[in-house]
Design a protein around this ligand. Structure first.
Ligand code: EPZ
Length: 429
């Protein structure tokens, strides 16, 4: 198993281009199932998760062709014919979001059998809202031996669906199914994350009829068929936010490009409050900080978009470990998302966790140590902390990182970080 070794203490200076968003790409990929025409996704990140979903799509008969395009990496998806509608446990458990192929398979073919994803380290993460939405659209759903078998031999029918609380996955799933349903579907208390807007706009480009994009009420008028299109994946706001925090923590000046400052407004507000200089640019932000000046502790509460993203909570906690004073961090979205706290404490951070609240008392310095990545965003928080810590930090289980951060060592090294990947064989890569 690979690990990452960081010699902390270098300032970061340079430019980091932001990749396409993982959490948009994987939903857009699922949309390819809805049409027999080619869907070309540009600005595609090459990540373990996109590779993995590509394999699953191939199993359904979708042709998947990765290539270099005029604007970087792109992938062509062509679901000419769906030859299988079965997604086995071994594949779904590796990536929860692959459960979202259920709706498009059902909408396109009238039938699908997809494994339930099971829990994961950040929380129980049930899919009850997904299944309620599909049932409301007329699907017959059976749960048996860990599998969901769904059928709608005469197609899905539009419905009024009011989610009891906001769910990104359930909103996307309902949207992916409703675009081919007969009649009108209204989704109330829909999630408004930018990746949902990206998916909805791509579906519209494919011929879907969707109103209310970027609001919490989506109205979808079903169409009988969708066509292909070319779509550029939205920039990854979590990657952008992670590097913004890395620059703030290590000090220096980093320009993040190929993105939009509006995607991380809630994070920028907190960083500025803490004393970081953040300058919006046309295609991103410049983050500047003199490491000799200590940051101030700031409280954050994770919320649905446009609130502070749960996927940036771990990174912000890393930043607060060196701030002056006490920072209170509330995690509202997932019940078990503080597993990075004990790892940060191995680097010398002072943190106490009670239920959904972490209290971070800033220390003067962190000190390198071996630590373990527990999930994707937790692993990047350890990288960020390692960049600012004195001495060497080694991070194990970096396969978590490879799920969602494209060429992380390369991007950080280009800004002066001393970061290397060590293979399971003990050799540097
Ligand atoms: C998406 O997860 C993201 N994943 C997550 O990013 C992100 O943290 C999350 O949204 C919140 O922004 C992808 O886009 C692939 P939810 P999702 O449905 O869709 C509960 C990362 O690191 N819930 O909005 O699973 C659920 O347990 C990942 O990239 C139900 O109870 O999130 C959670 O507590 C981690 N029943 C809350 O709702 C349901 O049927 C919000 O989950 C669905 C969700």
């Amino acid at each position: 198993m690979d690990s990452i070794a960081i010699q902390g203490g270098n300032r970061l200076n340079g430019t980091i281009p932001i990749s396409g968003a993982k959490n948009s790409a994987i939903k857009l990929m699922a949309a390819s199932i809805l049409t027999d025409q080619p869907l070309l996704l540009t600005n595609m990140p090459r990540l373990a998760d996109t590779k993995f979903l590509g394999q699953l799509l191939r199993q359904f008969g979708v042709e998947v062709t990765e290539r270099d395009g005029a604007d970087g990496q792109e992938t062509l998806f062509h679901a000419r014919e769906i030859t299988s509608t079965f997604a086995p446990y071994d594949l779904v458990r590796q990536m929860r979001a692959s459960f979202n192929v259920l709706g498009p398979l059902l909408a396109r073919t009238g039938h699908a059998k997809v494994s339930l994803p099971g829990g994961c380290t950040i929380g129980a993460r049930p899919v009850d809202l997904h299944l309620q939405a599909l049932t409301a659209l007329g699907a017959e759903i059976e749960l048996d031996e860990g599998y969901v078998t769904a059928s709608a031999p005469n197609g899905l029918t539009g419905a009024e669906i009011e989610f009891p609380f906001v769910s990104v996955g359930a909103t996307e799933h309902a949207l992916l199914a409703a675009v081919l349903a007969t009649g009108t579907t209204v989704l109330r208390r829909a999630a408004r994350e930018p990746e949902i807007g990206d998916l909805a706009r791509c579906l519209v480009a494919m011929g879907a009829k969707i109103e209310g994009i970027d609001t919490d009420v989506l109205t979808i008028t079903g169409v009988t068929a969708l066509g292909g299109t070319t779509w550029s994946v939205i920039p990854d706001r979590i990657e952008m936010g992670s590097y913004a925090v890395a620059a703030a923590m290590a000090g220096g000046e980093v320009r993040l490009t190929r993105s939009r400052p509006g995607l991380i407004e809630a994070l920028i507000a907190r960083m500025v409050e803490a004393g970081v200089e953040v300058i919006p640019t046309e295609d991103g932000v410049i983050v500047r900080r003199d490491p000799a000046v200590r940051l101030k502790a700031v409280n954050v509460t994770t919320e649905v978009y446009p609130g502070f993203a749960t996927d940036l909570q771990a990174q912000f906690m890393a930043l607060m470990t060196l701030a002056e004073g006490e920072s209170i961090i509330h995690e509202n979205i997932f019940e078990n998302r503080f597993m990075h706290a004990p790892e940060l404490m191995r680097l010398g951070a002072e943190i106490s966790v009670h239920a959904g609240e972490a209290r971070v008392t800033g220390v003067e310095a962190l000190h390198g140590a071996p630590v373990m990545a527990t999930d994707l965003r937790a692993s990047v928080c350890l990288v960020i902390a390692g960049l600012a810590a004195r001495g060497e930090t080694t991070i194990g289980r970096v396969y978590h990182l490879d799920r969602g951060f494209e060429r992380l060592e390369e991007k950080l090294s280009a800004c002066g970080a001393d970061i290397r990947r060590i293979g399971g064989d003990g050799h540097e890569h």
